[in-house]
Ligand binder design. Structure first.
Ligand SMILES: Cc1cc2nc3c(=O)[nH]c(=O)nc-3n(C[C@H](O)[C@H](O)[C@H](O)COP(=O)(O)OP(=O)(O)OC[C@H]3O[C@@H](n4cnc5c(N)ncnc54)[C@H](O)[C@@H]3O)c2cc1C
Length: 402
């Protein structure tokens, strides 16, 4: 018996556990994988861009001091279009911020979250636990297989955080939509010989947008969007061929591209659940909305969703929630989160359609757009604040405290 069960202990499930734990509330996380120590991956590591809203939430959880020394700040963003004059620059100082965002390796983040979860007496983390059934009435019953045994956990509320394919979402009979943008992102870490301190680059090219995010030192994470056929061609080039193709497209702003890590081609898709709740269950993270990686928003949005849930839970002790009160809570959650989720989805869709369209006229429009954006501080500020997750109002966690 627990108060809140979380199905899925990925980045979002672990964060949700840390946010919703409370001396009056026990939390159980049911995770199919295990958290055995992983090897250090070097240039093969995957990373994630954290918005300032996420940093604030980690501050509130007392985790930022551990994550920060291992995260690379982005204090300047340089946006340009290949073969066009338009350039926009964003600087953290202009908004009196310490940074516009941070980049951290997924493994570093996951290790920090795991340590905090394991240190908590309020969270029970079940590993190698494969969810396979869900029933609900006066409580929600979650069945899972663990080491050839059938186990069950009963809770007042279940958070479904088992990823974009979400077996729990299917078991609840919640439909989902998938949008395929007909683009793929080639992702790789690279080393350059003239790194620019704390500077990220977004470059719009004939193939699609190319982002270079600082990872600290000479390392950058490249996220390069293009047609799927070209993506599979480019990602299968050998190291020298890939470095040459990237250099040709990005230019020499960071000097010569040297060592390159393994390449992954990720199709740009978006998955969205038709509804965020069913009875005593709430969908969070990729199970609710898996956005395409180029916008760098899915995780950041999911954290703000969890912060919104925290705010609602603060007002109502879970122990007193009967079925009608749970319905009110989940209904309020849907109502409060839907507007922001739709805004972030539209922002991501807009990025893909504006910067992937091949019409020559659009090419001029977006180049002019970049130039104009640089001259219109108010609009630039709005765009920057949307990206940082600061445009959607605040709550306790977003202000950096519990
Ligand atoms: C290339 C790439 C780059 C990205 N960059 C960014 C970025 O810069 N910024 C950003 O905000 N977002 C980014 N994202 C998105 C971000 O990675 C995801 O939003 C985030 O990882 C989703 O976490 P999740 O916990 O919801 O899902 P997942 O990471 O998919 O975790 C789901 C968990 O559920 C578990 N599970 C599955 N089935 C079961 C079951 N039957 N029983 C029990 N457990 C189960 C899995 O083992 C897993 O641990 C990026 C995504 C990609 C692909």
């Amino acid at each position: 018996m627990t108060d809140i069960a979380i199905i899925g202990g990925g980045l979002v499930g672990l964060c949700a556990g840390l946010v919703v734990q409370h001396p009056d509330r026990r939390v159980t996380i049911v995770e199919a994988g295990n958290f055995d120590p992983k090897p250090v991956l070097g240039l093969a590591a995957r990373s994630i861009a954290l918005s300032i809203s996420s940093v604030q939430i980690f501050r509130a959880l007392g985790l930022w001091a551990k994550i920060a020394p291992q995260a690379a700040p982005i204090r300047h963003i340089h946006v340009s279009a290949r073969t066009r004059w338009g350039v926009t620059r964003l600087h953290a100082d202009d908004y009196e911020l310490e940074a516009l965002g941070y980049v951290v390796e997924n493994q570093v983040l996951s290790d920090c979250l795991l340590q905090a979860v394991q240190a908590s007496e309020l969270i029970d983390l079940q590993q190698n636990a494969h969810f396979d059934s869900i029933d609900q009435d006066a409580r929600v019953n979650i069945g899972y297989r663990q080491n050839d045994c059938r186990e069950q956990v009963e809770a007042q509320l279940a958070l479904i955080a088992d990823g974009a394919q979400s077996p729990a979402r299917s078991a609840l009979g919640i439909d989902h939509q998938q949008v395929d943008y007909g683009q793929s992102a080639v992702i790789s870490n690279v080393e350059v010989d003239k790194p620019r301190v704390d500077t990220a680059y977004e470059r719009f090219t004939e193939q699609g947008p190319l982002a270079m995010l600082p990872l600290g030192g000479r390392k950058y994470a490249c996220v390069w969007t293009m047609k799927p056929e070209l993506a599979s061609e480019i990602s299968s080039l050998d190291d020298a061929g890939f470095a040459e193709a990237l250099q040709d497209c990005f230019g020499f702003r960071l000097g010569l591209i040297g060592a390159v890590g393994p390449r992954f081609a990720v199709p740009l898709q978006r998955t969205g659940a038709e509804t965020l709740s069913a009875g005593r269950c709430l969908l969070i993270g990729n199970a609710a909305n898996a956005l395409h990686p180029v916008a760098g928003q899915s995780f950041n949005l999911a954290l703000r969703d969890v912060a919104g849930l925290y705010e609602l839970l603060c007002e109502q002790p879970l122990a007193k929630l009967d079925t009608a009160a749970i319905a009110a809570l989940t209904g309020q959650y849907e109502l409060q989160r839907e507007r922001e989720q739709q805004q972030v989805i539209r922002y991501g869709d807009g990025l893909v359609s504006m910067f992937s369209n091949e019409l020559p006229l659009l090419d001029h429009v977006r180049a002019a757009g970049l130039g104009l954006l640089d001259l219109l501080p108010a609009i630039k500020k709005q765009a920057a604040f949307s990206g940082m997750g600061l445009a959607f109002g605040g709550n306790r966690l977003l202000r950096g405290h519990l």
